[in-house]
Design a binder for this molecule. Structure first.
Ligand code: AHM
Ligand code: MG
Length: 320
């Protein structure tokens, strides 16, 4: 095996970001623990439902609960963390500390893929905590541009951690000893793509601009776009975004008319904002359909939002 820099060494060089770096180390350790549970699957009795419903009114899987618990414990033990909020918990958890950082996370993204051994992941976002005062729920409601760091772990054929804590986006792969090794520095999303990702089964519910955009992709070289497109849809946002990080593409989970009052399926603070920071810093574009996702000011912890992100030219084509 080749000797590659460790996550610890990479973060130690980020001197301006000491509390963020310390928090990232705790999150990375938790992701390593979640990865081992994912790998054990049925052998560890980790598959199937937990028998409870979460605040999103979704039936929790055993691994949703376990991953949430692992991250909660890791962040509770980190001296820099003043509070955290999870997609799986109704309320934010305040640690009683002030200063430092706040963390938001989707502990197990792609829950519907857990039991079928398809890639799943963890998404996280780190925000500054208010100085010299105890945080409240409102302290978490900052637009995505305020993020100090963001990232995700994808539990696939390899366990990979992608993060941004400075201007660059980097990826680490877990080695056989569970050590995170820097395997990709300066990830860059290609501006052009011929690959789109959307749940086509919702087509009849889409708004007209999305319908027209996808129709253009499907017509391929015979239609308005004049080129053929390929489609990929894993059904785990982490895996779909990771593919886009590696080779480009466009991912869409737009508003649809199934529940017109709901702005989208994905959650702004746990999923959209951290992915938007990663995508923008890697040279891509991330919008809610119109505005940059990083400029959306949250009004509640579990707020949902439309998401279109990926290769700059392709998102630009849709938004034009
Ligand atoms: P989850 O966090 O409960 O797993 O939900 C989010 C997931 C995304 O990973 C994925 O893009 C989307 O839901 C797929 O949803 P659907 O199969 O309903 O289209
Ligand atoms: Mg999710």
């Amino acid at each position: 095996m080749i000797e590659l820099p460790t996550l610890e060494a990479y973060l130690a060089a980020q001197a301006d970001h000491a509390p963020t770096a310390e928090t990232l180390l705790h999150i990375a350790r938790a992701c390593g623990e979640i990865s081992r549970a994912v790998q054990l699957g049925a052998v560890g009795d980790h598959l199937g439902v937990a028998g409870v419903t979460n605040v999103q009114d979704e039936e929790q899987k055993k691994l949703d609960v376990l991953a949430d618990d692992i991250l909660g414990r890791a962040l509770g033990a980190c001296e820099c963390v003043a509070g955290y909020a999870s997609e799986e918990r109704e309320h934010a958890h305040l640690t009683g500390r002030s200063g430092g950082v706040l963390v938001l996370f989707d502990p197990l993204d792609g829950s519907s893929n857990i039991d079928v051994n398809v890639s799943i992941g963890t998404i996280f976002s780190i925000l500054p905590a208010p100085e010299n005062e105890t945080p409240t729920t409102e302290s978490f409601l900052l637009p995505g541009r305020h993020q100090l760091a963001a990232g995700y772990a994808v539990y696939g054929p390899q366990t990979v951690l992608v993060l941004t804590v400075s201007a660059e986006v980097v990826a680490f792969t877990q080695d056989a000893a569970g050590i995170w090794r820097l395997t990709h520095d300066r990830l860059a999303v290609p501006a052009e793509t011929g690959e789109f990702a959307i749940n086509m089964s919702n087509e009849r519910h889409w708004a007209e601009p999305i319908r027209q955009y996808i129709a253009g992709c499907l017509q391929g070289r015979d239609g308005v776009r004049g080129k053929d497109f390929n489609m990929r849809w894993v059904g785990s946002m982490v895996a779909d975004v990771h593919r886009i990080m590696m080779r480009g593409g466009i991912f869409l989970y737009p508003w649809d008319a199934r529940d017109p009052s709901r702005p989208g399926k994905l959650r702004l603070l746990y999923e959209a904002a951290p992915m938007a920071l990663l995508i923008e810093r890697a040279g891509g574009v991330a919008i809610d359909g119109e505005r940059p996702l990083l400029d959306v000011t949250p009004t509640s912890l579990h707020q949902r939002v439309g998401v279109v992100l990926g290769s700059a030219a392709e998102v630009g084509h849709l938004a034009a």
